[in-house]
Design a protein around this ligand. Structure first.
Ligand code: 3PG
Ligand code: MG
Length: 397
């Protein structure tokens, strides 16, 4: 596997450790509504602090594009972060320059400081060497614990790793280990479940998966595009008809590589997209012209569960239906619970991540039962696409 150093290899006592974390968490009215990403970085921060490092946290928030937008300040995250770590966290209003330098100079060994949003500077997303230098001046070593931002080649996620002795943090290590077990050197058969609304956002991913996995379940809105490409009339369902050729190409490639494709055979249909809408189960070949598919039907769920029973490894991205409106969450919940039970029974290694996936698994009440749930959205997808992540690559020695 990869050859990066971890914080076990670092001598950190009395040193200024610049630690890149992902604090891009959901905030509503100034309150963090999901602390998963905060909770995940605690081990790295505590560990460095206990070893006597001066822990200086770098992070982005939102997409302020180089402007100091108040709504993108990291300040509201200080309190929940301190609570999660169980130690005070200081805050500096700027991530470089005199403000940052003074705040760092005031730290004792073991103290923790969060610097303001790195994306307040345009140079962050440009990976501008001037910003990299200004950041590098603040530290003696660099730790990257932000796997979920590792698909960005930014100053704080990539550039800095070339300027200072660089180490992978605990979460970065955990993510890479789990993902390696799922697609790097997995126990076969490997099953991928890919759902979500659109094929257009997941073409590269599907192409990569059909070459790597043994069984591919295609669900959610994107399954409609595959069904339509095979001549099925999907009525008013969400469907990217212009991607019929792409869908057929992916199916042909699957045939070549011997990847079994599982598409829905029945569907839950409704006439309106809203919670509690009147619905019925029909065969996918019998979708009325005025109806839309909002979930996979029970026979389809049986087929997904049968695939789960055959598999030794499962990688999951995206829901199988409109899980955010009941009762169209049924297929996603049922399959997620089946996978969770197989995991608990020790028969299956399960890794999930990307966008809606974590909230779908939380909704199913199984998030704690999967082997590993990635906190990454875009980075998880790029990794599933087989792409090299710049933030990870920069750590490799
Ligand atoms: C995320 O939330 O997925 C990461 O923090 C990356 O954020 P970005 O998509 O704005 O680069
Ligand atoms: Mg994002």
């Amino acid at each position: 596997m990869s050859s990066f150093k971890t914080i076990d290899d670092a001598d950190v006592a009395g040193k200024r450790a610049l630690v890149r974390v992902d604090l891009n968490v959901p905030i509503e009215n100034g309150v963090v509504t999901d602390t998963t990403r905060i909770d995940r970085i605690v081990p790295t921060i505590r560990d460095l602090s206990e070893k006597g490092a001066k822990v200086v946290l770098l992070a982005h928030f939102g997409r302020p594009k180089g402007e100091r937008k108040a709504e993108d300040s990291l300040k509201p995250i200080v309190a929940p972060l301190a609570k999660a770590i169980g130690k005070p966290v200081a805050f500096a209003d700027d991530c470089i320059g005199e403000t940052a330098e003074k705040a760092i100079a005031a730290l004792s060994n073991g103290d923790i400081l969060l610097l303001e949003n790195t994306r307040y500077y345009k140079g962050e997303e440009k990976n501008d060497p001037a910003l990299v230098d200004a950041l590098a001046k603040l530290g003696d070593l660099y730790v990257n614990d932000a796997f979920s931002a590792a698909h960005r080649a930014h100053a704080s996620t990539e550039g800095l790793a070339h300027k200072l002795p660089a180490y992978a943090g605990r979460t970065m290590q955990a993510e890479l280990t789990a993902l390696g077990a799922a697609l790097g050197t997995p126990k076969r058969p490997v099953l991928a479940v890919v759902g979500g609304a659109k094929v257009s956002t997941k073409i590269d991913l599907l192409e990569n998966l059909v070459a790597k996995v043994d069984i591919l379940v295609i669900g959610g809105g994107m399954a409609n595009t595959f069904l339509a490409a095979q001549g099925v009339n999907v009525g008013k369902s969400l469907c990217e008809h212009d991607l019929a050729d792409t869908a057929r190409r992916i199916l042909a490639k699957a045939k070549e590589t011997g990847c079994e494709i599982v598409l829905p055979v029945d569907a839950v249909i409704a006439r309106e997209f809203k919670a509690g809408a009147a619905n019925e189960v029909v065969d996918v070949n019998a979708v009325p012209a005025d109806a839309m598919i909002l979930d996979a039907g029970p026979k389809s769920v049986d087929a997904v569960n049968a695939a789960i029973d055959k598999a030794k490894t499962l990688v999951w991205n995206g829901p199988l239906g409109a899980f955010e409106i009941e009762p169209f969450d049924k297929a996603t919940v049922a399959a997620a619970r089946h996978a969770a039970a197989a995991t608990k029974a020790g028969k299956l290694l399960t890794v999930a991540g990307g966008g809606d996936t974590v909230s779908a698994l939380n909704h199913a009440g199984v998030a704690d039962d999967f082997t590993y749930i990635s906190t990454a959205g875009g980075a998880f997808l790029e990794w599933m696409e087989g792409k090299e992540l710049p933030g990870v690559k920069a750590l490799e020695g």
